[in-house]
Design a protein around this ligand. Structure first.
Ligand code: CA
Length: 376
């Protein structure tokens, strides 16, 4: 997506929200020198770097990071400029966390489950197998205590986390063999990150963690047998249909993956309260916007995959899903035993999932069933 289009998208709700944000934080006096935030500070813009785990400008994820950067600059009236780097441009994808932690870059855009080697608890802030949908994740983070736990989890690394995008429900992935029973996963070498990967291992598969940019080649060369990535919009862009025959759903392992922005704490605290509010507000807008984009684009891309590329779309059998859920509940519960913070986060997550499921069953689920003309 081109830069002009990001700016174009600011023309609707984002500008209204941004104006409200600015109105709430900004003094009414128009003269720049009258603004307390600028008092005693240089008028030169703050120049930040944002490293990302995505290929540069990759649809949805990379462009979502770009959009967030543009929002910060626009809402701050140019007082913060952000230069965005794709994976490998400044640091490799999986070094984003360390790069922002040590201050090589001030911002990072990625997904928290990539950092389980730093903190097992981090995984709860991206996606949990059979966990929360996008709406439920936002409910937990913004109004259910989740964000505070995320901040606590990243604080030892000098990082401030922000929710900064969501893919919605993902797809189960691309396979060259049919999945009829759990045994069909045995020995399967599959790219699947985070807790979903551990569940696959429990089912006898071999999980591999690879950045998105390496998926197509790895699948085509046979270095991996199967892969999940995101959903039709992104999977079409990578051409994964050229390397695998079957496209399975649903993405039991990633039911609503939150993308993150991590901010170097020292750099964040050097900002005025107003600019901090702008960065937080920009993340909220970007978080909501990405989900809307995925929901709008996935259905178009799915049609292209099926109609133009003859992809075989398959549902995972109920029995396979039931067994994956049992394994998932075991794997996720075991994260609580890793350390005290993981136990705190797991317990809070489990309790929230239980509560919100009771509501979702009589709201979203009941409605979607009714619209489809079925009752599960
Ligand atoms: Ca995925």
């Amino acid at each position: 997506m081109k830069r002009r289009q990001f700016l174009g998208r600011l023309g609707s709700g984002a500008v209204v929200a941004g104006a409200g944000l600015a109105a709430a934080c900004k003094p009414q006096a128009p003269a720049p020198q009258a603004a307390p935030a600028a008092a005693g500070r240089s008028t030169k813009p703050v120049k930040w770097k944002m490293v990302t785990t995505w290929p540069k400008n990759f649809p949805g994820l990379g462009t979502g990071a770009n959009y967030f950067a543009e929002l910060i600059t626009q809402l701050s009236g140019g007082r913060i400029e952000v230069k965005v780097y794709g994976a490998k441009e400044l640091v490799p994808a999986f070094e984003v966390f360390d790069a922002v932690s040590r201050g090589t870059a001030q911002l990072g855009h990625g997904a928290a489950y990539y950092w389980k080697g730093k903190s097992q608890a981090a995984q709860f802030f991206a996606a949990v197998p059979f966990g929360l949908t996008a709406d439920e994740m936002n409910a937990w983070l913004y109004h259910g205590g989740g964000m505070q736990l995320w901040q606590e989890t990243y604080a030892p690394f000098g990082l401030v986390p922000l929710a900064c995008g969501n893919t919605g429900v993902q797809m189960a992935g691309w396979f060259n063999r049919e999945i009829n029973t759990l045994d069909d996963l045995k020995g399967l070498k599959m790219r699947i990150p985070g807790l979903g990967g551990e569940v696959l291992a429990r089912a006898g598969g071999v999980p591999v963690s690879l950045p998105g940019g390496e998926l197509f080649t790895s699948l085509q060369s046979g270095a991996i047998d199967a892969t999940e990535w995101v959903g039709p919009y992104n999977d079409l862009a990578f051409g994964l249909y050229k390397a695998a025959k079957y496209y399975y759903y649903p993405g039991w392992h990633e039911p609503g993956t939150t993308l993150e922005c991590m901010v170097n704490k020292q750099a964040f605290e050097a900002l005025s309260a107003e600019l901090q509010a702008i960065v937080r507000g920009a993340a909220r807008i970007a978080n909501q916007d990405m989900l809307a984009e995925y929901n709008a684009r996935n259905n178009q891309a799915l049609k292209t995959l099926v109609d133009e590329h003859q992809v075989e779309l398959r549902a995972l059998p109920d029995e396979v899903l039931r067994r994956l859920k049992t394994l998932s509940d075991e794997v996720v519960a075991e994260v609580a035993d890793k350390d005290a913070q993981s136990r705190r986060v797991y317990t809070a997550f489990r309790d929230f999932r239980e509560q919100v499921t009771a509501w979702s069953n009589v709201s979203e689920r009941a409605y979607l069933d009714a619209r489809a003309g079925v009752r599960l």
